[in-house]
Design a protein around this ligand. Sequence first.
Ligand code: ADP
Length: 490
Amino acid sequence: MLKDKLRNIKILRSLKSRIFLILLIVGLVPCISMRYAILQNYEQRAVNVKISDVSTQLRILANHLITYHYLQDTSSEVINAELDQLSGLYDGRVLVINNDLRVVKDTYGISENKTIISEEVVRCIKGENTSRYDKNNGYVEMTVPITETVTLDDDKTEAAERKEIVRGVMLVSASTDTIGATLEILSRKALLVEVIVMLAIVLVSILAAKGLFKPFEKITEALNQAQEGYTDDPISVTDCLETERIGDAFNRVLGRMKMLDTSRQEFVSNVSHELRTPITSMKVLADSLISQKDVPIELYQEFMADIAEEIEREDKIITDLLSLVKMDRTSADLNISEVDIDALVELIMRRLRPIAQKRDVEVVYESVRPVTAAVDEVKLTLVISNLVENAIKYNKEHGWVKVKLDADHQYFTVEVADSGVGIPQDCLEHIYERFYRVDKSRSREIGGTGLGLAITRSAILMHRGTIKAESIEGQGTVFTIRIPLKYIPV
Ligand code: ADP
């Protein structure tokens, strides 16, 4: 949720702004926390020093108070002067309280003879030193017991025992204004340093973000140029590994696009050429009829038969082209069903046997085991028919064609072997290309379009299968197709 919201903030969608922000935070957070920690630490220490300072003074004074019996008689000039000096020194107030909680001396002269009941004073009378720092009002308040050491005689043991008895309490509030002032000066200086550091970080962040993204800007520019068609050169931004990788990936895509474009152009020119050939023949035949006078009816009939043959050829090319276009679509067009492959091959063989007999080619079918598979029946029929037809077409007289069906637990294989003319080794890799023919004139003679194997291969690939051809020139060819028994959609 939060991630989505952040993603919707336009500025955060830029990687540059993100890096800038990260650098800024990484730089500023330690800077601010350090200032806070240092100031806090200083304040703590300064207050502690002040407390220990004042309490030392107080302890000395407390002894004097006992010596001069000040709690009983506050007229001692010396002590009063000392008390005034102390309150002047710490810019504060000193109260001397006896153990009846009565104020015997207040350097401000306000609370004398009043009874003071505060938790600190009571605790102090029990012998405990207390101190409290009031940050908001800028003072520390502390209490120090006024103790007298008395010697007690123990009758039984006849030993003397010294005991400290609390006679009263000194309550002092000392100003911490100096600490506050120092803190303020320190804080101001730290803020100045902080602002300078912040500016430096902002500057460094801007420069770093800019510098880091320069290669990306370069590659974007190069991509735009390539897209606008200014250059055909491969993109190369070697400033950093990432842009180099983007460039390489783009060059691969570009290469593939160029290849597709070339093959499309080639295909279009091949199609035009193939379609034009029968038309040219028809035109030649028609022209020769028109140019002659008194043409005998037999010649008309002969030429017309030739023209009909060319039309049939044109029709076959168009039909094959349409099948090929259909195969080029996605495999979603497959119409998968459970098919008895054995029966299917048997049927194809029965249909093709008359053609084979006409060419005096013997056709043999061997099924190693019964096979049922999830395939598109129409497309698979096309595949097997094409292969067997080719095996018959490109055969020798008294030749043979052997078809063998086999399967394992994952795939079924159909092997189509013939005793035909064979395919030269260097042509084997091209036979699946559209309009490719090993022997152009022979193929045309037997009515080939050069599209059969291209259609076959597309149909097999749609089934996620493979096709392989092995051939020995002059001896024969073996085509093997291997198709999964179960169709697995992507
Ligand atoms: P065509 O319509 O010309 O038969 P294909 O795409 O079916 O086109 O085949 C391409 C080429 O491969 C053929 O022209 C032929 O030269 C060669 N070829 C295909 N099958 C065989 C085979 N069984 N024996 C010899 N050559 C073959």
